[in-house]
Design a binder for this molecule. Structure first.
Ligand SMILES: Cc1cc2nc3c(=O)[nH]c(=O)nc-3n(C[C@H](O)[C@H](O)[C@H](O)COP(=O)(O)O)c2cc1C
Length: 315
């Protein structure tokens, strides 16, 4: 499994645990890094000093590389970048914003920078801004989603063809077999979110985790497309938004309906009715909560088994 991504991050397996608001603090990041993948602290739900505390605790819990995700649509990102540099974090995953603004500043400080994209135009822009790799995230993914609705299966080959830097695939990957399939499409690593929400170390609320365990195919849908498209587990809040959208609610009305703190209410405080529950389509397949290290081990074993089965098949 050694390739440009394992070399870039100095990790054993090209398995990256996604930065996720309310779900990926230092415990999850450290557990994944200790298991040979790359753990990411999701700073999007953290005040600056909480981020600093998470970084310090992660450094104490692992001597392996780990990263911080900075979604650039939240306030405080300059403070976050300053803390990341001060605390000596070596890898940053930026998302939801323009990589041209901060990449050169971060690179000048010696950081490795990866940016998340969901279409070809932004992949090219990210490469031109000097990032070291891109995460190409398909429509299946949990959390905020591309407007184009391009699925992982279609997106990865397009991005691999469009850029020369390594491509990390995201969206709908939760097993070794799905990992093998995107590597066959030319990806050199995988970023996995939803599967790691269902780990012991994820800071998602127990109610949220139980609701995900009940999910089947069709339990999630893209919502709030007029504002910022986000894939949600269907619940009362999702139905309220859907009804408002059917009634042709304006962008402003939807923003008022969303209000503040919905994601925290759902994913961190466990309010399954009024909260926003961000999760990907792969949730329909995941039926167990496990330690993050076991998830990494299982993915690696299944990947190797699937690879050997495929190589024995003759056409
Ligand atoms: C609960 C949750 C929260 C997320 N929060 C963020 C975030 O803060 N920043 C970000 O770039 N992506 C976020 N994402 C997207 C993930 O980083 C990742 O790209 C995605 O989960 C991959 O698809 P998958 O869920 O099918 O594995 C989130 C996803 C989930 C499920």
């Amino acid at each position: 499994m050694q390739n440009r991504i394992t070399e870039l991050f100095n990790i054993q397996y090209p398995i990256i645990q996604a930065g996720m608001i309310w779900c990926s603090g230092w415990e999850l990041a450290a557990a994944v890094s200790n298991a040979g993948g790359l753990g990411i602290i999701g700073s999007g739900s953290m005040y600056p000093e909480i981020l600093r505390e998470n970084i310090k605790k992660c450094k104490a819990a692992t001597d392996k590389p780990f990263a911080v995700n900075v979604p650039m649509l939240y306030p405080d990102i300059e403070k976050h970048f300053r803390i990341i540099i001060e605390e000596g974090v070596k890898i940053v995953f930026t998302s939801a914003g323009n990589p041209a603004i901060f990449t050169s500043i971060l690179k000048a400080q010696g950081l490795t920078v990866v940016h998340v994209i969901s279409n070809e135009k932004f992949a090219r822009k990210a490469e031109a801004s000097g990032v070291d790799a891109v995460v190409a995230e398909g429509f299946e993914a949990g959390g905020h989603n591309g407007r184009e609705e391009t699925t992982t299966l279609c997106l990865i080959p397009q991005i691999v063809k469009a850029v020369n830097i390594p491509v990390i695939a995201a969206g709908g990957i939760g097993t070794g077999r799905t990992m093998l399939s995107v590597m066959a499409l030319g990806a050199e690593g995988v970023q996995i979110g939803s599967r790691f929400v269902l780990s012991n170390e994820s800071s998602g609320h127990a109610n949220f985790k139980q609701a995900i365990l009940q999910a089947s195919d069709g339990s999630t849908e893209l919502s709030l497309k007029q504002l910022t498209p986000v894939r949600l587990l269907k619940n009362k809040f999702y139905e309220t938004v859907k009804q408002a959208e059917l009634n042709c609610a304006s962008k402003e009305e939807l923003a008022t309906l969303l209000g503040h703190g919905r994601a925290k209410k759902g994913m961190f405080e466990g309010d399954l009715e009024e909260g926003e529950l961000e999760i990907g389509q792969i949730s329909g397949y995941i039926k167990e909560i496990k330690p993050a290290a076991e998830i990494v081990k299982e993915i690696v074993e299944e990947y190797n088994q699937a690879l050997s089965e495929l190589s024995k098949q003759s056409l």
